[in-house]
Design a protein around this ligand. Structure first.
Ligand code: BJW
Ligand code: ZN
Length: 341
C-alpha cells in the first residue's frame, strides 16, 4: 500500500520556515475562486465546445472566428475578474523570498494584477493579452487589453427590456473610453486600483461573491449557444504590418513553450537543492509543465499539492505523493493565505 501524504499544516509551516529555494506550479484552479472556469471537468465547456479542443492550431486554422470568439470571451471574463487571496498570498511570499519562482500555466493576467514580481513569474502558456501575427515571417506582437479587441468580437449581450437602457449607456461609455485613447498604462493603473479596492473592501465575503460584478447579467451565454455568426477574416484582428491574421499569444497543444521562459526556468531548476515544490490548482496532465514536479523532486524538493479534488494516488496529479509530502484539499484562495502566511 502506498503511503499517504501528510495533511498537517504545522509540519508544513515548520518546513516552509527552513526553505530557501521554492518553486510553485500553478494552474486554472488558482483562478477558479475569481470566477474563471477551469479546463477539465465541470466548467470546461464553452458553448458546446470542449475548451481543450479550441486550444489548438488546427481549430484556429479551421475556424479562426470561432476560436477568436472563445478567446474574446475569455479576455472579457479575465478583465472583469479580480485576483483572489491565493494570487495575493503567492505574490507576497515572492516579495519576501527572491528565491521563490512561480511557473504559471494561466493566461488570465491575475497574478500580474496581484503585483506578483514579474522576474519571479514565468508564464509557461503565454497570455490572453499578448497578441501576435500568425504569419511565420512577421514578428509583430503587442500587448492589448482592449475589450472587445475588435468590434465584431463584442460579447453578445442580453436583450431583456429591463436592461436595455443601462446596457446602451455602458456601450457608449466603453466607446468613449477608447476614443479618448487611454494609454495602456493608465488602463492598467485604473484596474490595479479597482483590484485593490475589491480585495480590501470585501474582506469578509466569499471570493466568488467578491468577484461577482453587476455586469455579469449582461452576458447571455445560453442564448447564443449554437448560434455563432460567421465572421470574415477582415472582421477579426489584423496585423498592422502585414495585414495577416492576428492570434492570441497563448501556447496551444503541439506548440513549443516560449524559449526564453523555458531557458530561464531550466536554469533555475538545474541548481540544487530545491526545498519545496507547490502544485496549486492544476490537474498536472499537460506537459512539459507537469514534468517540473519530478524535476524538482530530483533536486530534493518535498511536494505540497493544493487541490479542490480529494487525493487519489491513482490519478496523475504529481502522484504518487510520498509520506514526506503534503496534500491540502480545498480552495486554493482559502488554503494559500493560511499555509503561506
Ligand atoms: C482547484 C480549484 C480551486 C478547481 N482550488 N484547485 C509528454 C507526454 C504526453 C504528451 C505530451 C508530452 N509532452 C508534450 C505532450 C503533448 C501536449 C500534452 O501535454 N498533452 C497532454 C494533454 C497529454 N503538450 C503540448 O502540446 C505542449 N507543447 C509541447 O510539448 O511542445 C513540444 C514542441 C517542441 C518543439 C516544437 C514543437 C512542439 C503545449 C501545451 C499547451 C497547453 N495549452 C493550454 C491552453 C492555453 C491557452 C488557453 O488558456 O486557452 O493550457 S491547454 C490547458 O491545459 C491550458 C492550461 O494551462 C493547461 C493545464 O490545465 P490546468 O491549469 O491544469 O487546468 P485543469 O482544468 O486541467 O485543472 C484544474 C485543476 O484545478 C483540477 O485539478 C481541479 O481539481 C483544480 N481546482 N478549482 C484549488 N478553487
Ligand atoms: Zn504580421
Amino acid at each position: 500500500r502506498a503511503a499517504l501524504p501528510s495533511t498537517d499544516r504545522e509540519s508544513f509551516a515548520a518546513h516552509l520556515k527552513t526553505c530557501r529555494r521554492i518553486v510553485a506550479l500553478v494552474g486554472a484552479g488558482l483562478s477558479a475562486a475569481s470566477g474563471l472556469p477551469t479546463f477539465r471537468g465541470a466548467g470546461g465547456l464553452w458553448r458546446t465546445h470542449d475548451a481543450t479542443d479550441l486550444a489548438t492550431p488546427e481549430a484556429f486554422e479551421e475556424n479562426p472566428d470561432l476560436v477568436w470568439q472563445f478567446y474574446s470571451f475569455r479576455r472579457h471574463m479575465a478583465l472583469k475578474a479580480a485576483p483572489n487571496k491565493g494570487h495575493y498570498a503567492l505574490a507576497e511570499l515572492s516579495r519576501k523570498n527572491r528565491d521563490f519562482i512561480t511557473l504559471s500555466q494561466n493566461v488570465d493576467g491575475l497574478s500580474q494584477r496581484a503585483q506578483h514580481p514579474s522576474e519571479q513569474l514565468h508564464l509557461l502558456h503565454g497570455s490572453l493579452f499578448d497578441i501576435k501575427c500568425t504569419d511565420f515571417y512577421c514578428k509583430y506582437t503587442r500587448q492589448d487589453f482592449t475589450d472587445p479587441i475588435v468590434p465584431a468580437l463584442a460579447i453578445p449581450k442580453k436583450s431583456s427590456p429591463k436592461n436595455t437602457e443601462q446596457k446602451e449607456d455602458k456601450v457608449v461609455a466603453q466607446q468613449t473610453d477608447e476614443s479618448e485613447d487611454d494609454s495602456e498604462k493608465e488602463v492598467q493603473e485604473e484596474q490595479k486600483v479597482r483590484d485593490e479596492k475589491k480585495e480590501v473592501g470585501d474582506e469578509n465575503k466569499e471570493c466568488k461573491e467578491e468577484n461577482k460584478d453587476e455586469s455579469d447579467e449582461e452576458i447571455d451565454i445560453s442564448d447564443i449557444s449554437n448560434h455563432i455568426p460567421n465572421l470574415s477574416d477582415e472582421e477579426l484582428p489584423q496585423c498592422p504590418e502585414c495585414n495577416g491574421l492576428l492570434r492570441p499569444g497563448v501556447v496551444w497543444f503541439g506548440e513549443p513553450l516560449p524559449t526564453t521562459t523555458l531557458e530561464t526556468v531550466e536554469e533555475w531548476m538545474s541548481s540544487e537543492p530545491i526545498d519545496l515544490m507547490l502544485v496549486i490548482g492544476t490537474s498536472s496532465q499537460v506537459y512539459p509543465a507537469a514534468g517540473y514536479v519530478d524535476d524538482a523532486r530530483d533536486k530534493g524538493a518535498r511536494v505540497a499539492v493544493i487541490n479542490m479534488e480529494p487525493y487519489s494516488p491513482r490519478k496523475s496529479r504529481a502522484e504518487p505523493l510520498k509520506e514526506t509530502d503534503w496534500f491540502f484539499e480545498g480552495d486554493a484562495s482559502v488554503i494559500l493565505p493560511d499555509i503561506l502566511k
